[in-house]
Design a protein around this ligand. Structure first.
Ligand SMILES: O=P(O)(O)OC[C@H]1O[C@H](O[C@H]2O[C@H](CO)[C@@H](O)[C@H](O)[C@H]2O)[C@H](O)[C@@H](O)[C@@H]1O
Ligand SMILES: O=c1ccn([C@@H]2O[C@H](COP(=O)(O)OP(=O)(O)O)[C@@H](O)[C@H]2O)c(=O)[nH]1
Length: 926
């Protein structure tokens, strides 16, 4: 059976005894044997199972479903329906055995293939008594998912060892087939979780084996509280992106979790950075945001159950063992390595460094011994098999070279030790050698420290182990690749004076005994609970999704509709479809979404519909994309207006002060030169520095710096607004917002069309900068007491330098037409309620004091509900509704263009209320 060979064959009677206690009394199913005198080890090993006893009479413990690839026990079949359970070994199991605060169940693979239902039933029953629930994976899945995708692809990649060459995987083991098996296995885990999940449970998924699990779980039940913790390093995004084209899916799946945890801040930072750089999402100090959904990301450094080790040292059998070891190695200093026989543990490098030390220090040759416990692991993976032979060869060579008839310098064991033997070994060690190439944390270094209260030995620790962040000050940190440096460190450690050893040990001991595995688990789960509460609060502030059906129905019930559409990220293709090489030049030009061409054409030709594309883009961009349609184009945030049949005219206030342009341009030039793939646009009324194609993190830093330059220099006294976008900085003349412009645009449209009937439907969609969201609120009725909406400031005395030749929109006698439009729109309390989504039929009396068209009727008659403002791809907005992406706009405009029959009116002649199924009141995060 392929699977873990970590400990099964090498368990001692002591471990068996722990298990017989741990797994209580099922004589039928369990075939265990062991000593009676191992109370200490037993107490520790039963920690996980203890949950059920604690439950009696204590109903308040939260249920915790721990989901990990491996159960804390591996099963060995003893008969058709009889199983022996052996405790699994590894950092993850060790740490989670310390989790006692919860009513916990563990879901995972028992490390064995059980094809028959009799065997499955018996094993399920045996495991159930230990609060373990099996996921049955067949041999082929284990081969492709565990040996293949997990241990041959993700494991080396996450530890910076690179990907294997795909042709070495053979045809049946391509990346794709292994990835498919990985997904399938994750779904199998999800199915078992779903089956056992109860409302309120916390589901804690562990490690790189289960990166798909959060998504599978949330798809099944979005209310499930899901946390995911990675026990390995998370590599730099540059490494992560080499995962062939599948990486985005993995990252996205993990992001479905509510809380994502790592051992160190560096790993968390790498993860956020991968999400920002590869997925283009927004990284914040809290985590990663994707359209309003925040996935909390944080560091939760794991610990050990230190008391368990400290107590074990007092046990007579451990003392006895220590005595034997001391006698055995009397007169020699003991160096110790305890590792799974894994490439990441750097065992060959460790042994070579020891060889170099012996080479250079003749006097130490018979005075020091290296004990290396190399626990066999993942023995079905060829790379691990190769490593075993390589290590044997080096050990043999060095022992041959430096050994004598009575002693060898290296004692190498291909097996695991039981807990008490391990504690004794840790306690008699002088120098612990943890020069791992990469390790998520490395609990062995913690365990060594816990057992060194009297000896105060030295820890040599790789700077690439997560533990270096916590034990770095007390340990001697080394680069394991630098064999010369490691050899020198061995000498330094062996010769270290007692007072220095004491100081260093004290520092580490304090850390290990205060940052325990119990505390780690409790912190993670409590953070997960808090995250859910915060997410619920945040959700309430997010506008609901646009009720498509309702908005379409009302469109067809209306006779004079106005559609105001943004361009960038509204009518263009969604950026996700550009893939992660989104920085390429060909994508720099904004292009109308191809699927929108037809519906847009139909809508433009509908005499009852007026369409305005209102964009920050310049005139030529709008000309190129919309020149063939019959619509209004409003370029540069509405500063220029054109009916596509006519000429451009400007809505700009006269004598606009643009003195600041040249000096702002200099600053933009400076930063463009120094920020690869950034660029800037000089528009007629604004300047935009854009870094959306630049390295996102560098771009953000540069933007911050650029703003400082601007504020302290060119714009310190200028009448400008600085508008920060997601990846841009725009400087524009003060007050030139889309909301201010629409006032005048609308006036022009009404005038141009000679409109007789009021506009009775407005759909306004855009991915606007916060400053331009005043467009959404423009159409919201105001309370009489509300302050007036800011309008363009009076033109200054300096004449505007731009396009003096363009025709001006006439502003009429008593101010602009727009100002007059605004004036008549006062709001009753009832209308205000309509703004927050309360269905509101038409009330003619409330429209009485609105501005008149030529014959005295109102320009806007939206009946309270016939106004749909939608922010695209935003999480928070002053729009009434949200849309996820321009794909949704395709759906919406297609429906509008189809031209179906209007929905019937209600008995009073008003529009029917919006459908509740439409999501109008729902606060679902998109
Ligand atoms: O289950 P296996 O394939 O036999 O491997 C054993 C475990 O190895 C890895 O352990 C990691 O977790 C430790 C605790 O957080 C950490 O200290 C260590 O640095 C990691 O390598 C693996 O992540 C586990 O899933 C395996 O069970
Ligand atoms: O003979 C052995 C060797 C190791 N371990 C345990 O295996 C774990 C190894 O965890 P670590 O974080 O150092 O590395 P991992 O193996 O998880 O990568 C530690 O808790 C050790 O006590 C064990 O029980 N018996």
């Amino acid at each position: 059976m392929p699977g873990n060979k970590y400990n099964c064959k090498s368990l001692h009677t002591q471990k068996q005894a722990e298990l017989s206690e741990f797994f209580l009394t099922d004589g039928e199913n369990l075939a265990l044997s062991g000593d009676e005198d191992c109370a200490e080890g037993v107490a520790a090993a039963r920690a996980f199972a203890d949950g059920c006893e604690w439950q009696e009479g204590q109903p308040s413990k939260q249920r915790l479903l721990v989901v990990a690839n491996r159960l804390p026990v591996s099963a060995v079949r003893k008969g058709e329906d009889s199983w022996q359970l052996e405790i699994s070994v590894g950092g993850l199991v060790s740490a989670l055995l310390g989790v006692k605060e919860f009513d916990a169940r563990w879901i995972g693979w028992a490390g064995v293939n059980v094809p028959d239902s009799v065997g499955q039933k018996a094993l399920t029953k045996a495991l159930a008594e230990k609060r373990c629930i099996p996921v049955f994976l067949d041999e082929e899945i284990v081969h492709q998912y565990y040996n293949g995708y997990c241990n041959n692809i993700l494991w080396p990649l996450f530890h910076y060892l690179g990907l294997p060459q795909e042709d070495r995987l053979a045809t049946t083991r391509s990346f794709q087939s292994q990835f498919d098996a990985y997904k399938k296995a994750n779904q199998m885990f999800a199915d078992v979780v779903n089956e056992h999940y109860e409302d309120g449970d916390v589901v804690w998924c562990h490690d790189y084996h289960l990166m798909f699990l959060p998504k599978c779980l949330k798809e099944h039940n979005s209310k499930m509280k899901v946390g995911w913790f990675l026990h390995t390093p998370f590599p730099s995004s540059e490494i992560h992106r080499t995962l062939p084209s599948l990486d985005q899916k993995l990252l996205r799946s993990v992001l479905a979790a509510d809380l994502v945890g790592f051992h160190t801040y560096d790993y968390a930072r790498h993860f956020v950075s991968a999400c920002t750089r590869i997925l283009g999402l927004e990284g914040t100090p809290e985590g990663v945001e994707d359209q309003g959904k925040l996935t909390r990301v944080a560091a939760f450094p794991i610990g050990i159950d230190s008391d368990r080790f400290i107590r074990a040292l007092e046990l007579p059998q451990v003392q006895e063992h220590m005595k034997e070891l001391k006698e055995r190695f009397a007169g020699r200093k003991v160096m110790l390595g305890v590792d799974r026989l894994d490439m990441i543990k750097g065992i060959p490098q460790k042994i070579l460094a020891f060889e170099k030390f012996l080479e250079e220090n003749l006097n130490w040759r018979d005075k020091v011994v290296l004990l290396q416990i190399a626990v066999p692991t993942r023995t079905d993976v060829p790379e691990y098999q190769k490593l075993t032979s390589q290590v044997h060869e080096i050990v043999g060579r060095i022992n041959g070279r430096f050994g004598t008839l009575t002693a060898v310098p290296i004692h190498h064991l291909d097996r695991s030790l039981d807990f008490h033997a391990l504690c004794a070994l840790y306690a008699v060690t002088d120098v612990s050698s943890c020069y791992i190439l990469r390790d998520g944390m490395n609990l062995v270094s913690y365990e060594f420290v816990a057992c060194q209260a009297s000896k105060k030995g030295v820890l040599i620790l790789s700077e690439f182990a997560g533990a270096a962040q916590s034990l770095g000050a007390g340990a001697i940190l080394v680069n394991p690749w630098n064999i010369t440096e490691v050899a020198a460190s061995i000498g330094y450690a062996l010769n270290m004076p007692a007072d220095e050893r004491e100081k260093r040990h004290h520092h580490n001991f304090m850390h290990v005994t205060t940052h325990t595995s119990q505390e780690w688990a409790a912190t993670f789960v409590s953070e997960l609970n808090d995250t859910i509460v915060e997410a619920q609060l945040r959700t309430r502030q997010v506008p609901p999704l646009l009720p498509i059906k309702g908005s379409v129905d009302r469109y067809f019930q209306s006779n004079n509709r106005l559609l105001i559409l943004g361009f960038n990220a509204t009518l263009t293709e969604p950026k996700d479809t550009l893939g992660r090489r989104g920085g390429q030049i060909r994508e720099m030009e904004l292009k109308l979404h191809p699927d929108l061409k037809e519906p847009l054409k139909k809508l433009c030709d509908d005499p009852k519909t007026t369409i305005v594309v209102l964009s920050g883009s310049g005139r030529s961009v709008l000309d190129n994309n919309f020149g063939d349609y019959n619509m209004w184009l409003a370029a540069e945030n509405g500063m220029f207006l054109r009916l596509t049949k006519g000429e451009w005219m400007t809505t700009m206030p006269e004598n606009l002060n643009m003195d600041w342009v040249e000096s702002v341009k200099h600053v933009f030039e400076y930063f463009t030169e120094r920020t690869p793939r950034s660029h800037f646009e000089v528009r007629e009324t604004s300047l935009v520095w854009n870094y959306k194609y630049a390295d996102i993190e560098f771009g953000r830093l540069q933007a911050r710096d650029l703003l400082q330059h601007l504020w302290t220099g060119p714009i310190s006294n200028a009448s400008v607004d600085v508008v920060q976008g997601g990846r841009s900085v725009e400087v524009r003349a003060v007050g030139l917002t889309k909301g201010a412009a629409i006032d005048r645009i609308l006036g022009e449209i009404v005038h141009n069309k000679g409109m007789k009937a009021p506009i009775d439907y407005v759909l306004c969609i855009g991915h606007f900068l916060p400053k331009d969201e005043d467009l959404y609120t423009f159409f919201e009725p105001e309370l009489p007491s509300d302050p007036p909406v800011p309008t363009i400031p009076r033109p200054t005395s300096v004449p505007t330098p731009v396009n003096p030749s363009l025709p001006k929109i006439s502003t009429g006698k008593s101010g602009s037409k727009g100002s007059r439009l605004k004036k008549q729109r006062s709001l009753s309390t009832l209308e205000k309620r309509a703004n927050i989504g309360i269905v509101n039929a038409w009330r003619p009396t409330l429209m009485r004091d609105r501005m008149s068209l030529h014959e005295g009727s109102s320009v806007l008659d939206l009946k309270g509900d016939n106004y749909f403002s939608c922010a695209v791809g935003r999480k928070r907005s002053s729009a009434r509704y949200l849309l996820k992406s321009s794909d949704d706009i395709v759906t919406l405009l297609k429906e509008l263009a189809e031209g179906r029959e209007p929905m019937p009116l209600d008995s009073e002649g008003g529009a029917m209320p919006l459908n509740s199924e439409s999501g109008e009141q729902s606060s679902e995060i998109i």
